[in-house]
Design a protein around this ligand. Structure first.
Ligand SMILES: C[S@@+](CC[C@H](N)C(=O)[O-])C[C@H]1O[C@@H](n2cnc3c(N)ncnc32)[C@H](O)[C@@H]1O
Length: 234
């Protein structure tokens, strides 16, 4: 074998090794596939390993409907007419838009202004814009007024929040009489979608944190969605 062949084979081996390593790095989180190391930092740090366009495309992926089943999640919320729903961590509004077709008003809350602008632009493009108000929050405060929402829903966002008992004790004050908080998040195990397992929370942990936040009636559904649980707390 001459020297050029040896060099070629060595280059190919290095190339295959690099491709394999890159695939392993993103294996845990195809929806947020990007350049963040799979085992570093918080959920927000991990998510921002992908650029905004990639995140928006992934959140809006038409294939998501198969496992996210938005219509079935909405059906659990009951009659929304006359109600105000806060979609905390609204992202591109994957849930805000279908919610706004049924509710009196949706407050799309996010800490990232780019997502709120995305929602505003998408809403303006509709023939009849939906009743969606965007609200810029901070990491520790969703900036809702006391009693402002009948329902606060967090889809794939609970695990992004820090100091959760304190945060949700605040959310409880922002609910109207008889209001509920609804959490949809990933089971804590290896799944083909969602963040790395270390960032996921099991439903018992979430229920315990919500109890510490002052919620008394907590219902956990583990059947409707294949990869996620749904918690309704009052
Ligand atoms: C994984 S995305 C989910 C987006 C949307 N709910 C969906 O299901 O497509 C998480 C969202 O939560 C937002 N977020 C992260 N931390 C937050 C916080 N403390 N308060 C409000 N939003 C937050 C992020 O900017 C992002 O839009």
């Amino acid at each position: 074998m001459n020297i050029q062949w040896r060099r070629f084979i060595l280059q190919m081996a290095v190339f295959i090794f690099l491709c394999f390593s890159a695939c392993q790095g993103n294996r845990d989180h195809p929806r947020h596939a990007g350049n963040a190391p799979a085992d570093s930092g918080s959920a927000n740090t991990h998510m921002h390993g992908s650029d905004f366009e990639t995140l928006a495309r992934n959140f809006e992926d038409p294939g998501r409907e198969k496992w996210q089943k938005p219509a079935e999640v909405l059906a659990l919320l009951g009659d929304l007419s006359g109600k105000t729903v806060a979609d905390i961590g609204a992202g591109t509004g994957y849930f805000s838009f279908p919610l706004a077709e049924k509710a009196k008003k949706v407050i799309a809350v996010d800490i990232d202004r780019r997502f709120l602008e995305y929602i505003e632009q998408k809403n303006r493009r509709l023939a009849t814009p939906l009743p969606i108000e965007t609200r810029l929050a901070t990491e520790s405060d969703p900036r809702l007024q006391p009693g402002e929402a009948n329902i606060a829903i967090l889809v794939n966002t609970y695990h992004h929040i820090e100091n959760r008992p304190e945060y949700f004790s605040g959310v409880r004050q922002m609910l109207a009489e008889g209001g509920a908080v609804v959490i949809v998040d990933f089971f804590k195990k290896e799944l083909p979608v969602g963040p790395p397992t270390r960032l996921k929370l099991d439903p018992e942990t979430v229920a315990g944190e919500l109890k510490r936040a002052g919620f008394r009636e907590i219902r956990i559904d583990r059947e409707i969605l294949e990869y996620q649980y749904i918690i309704i707390a009052r």
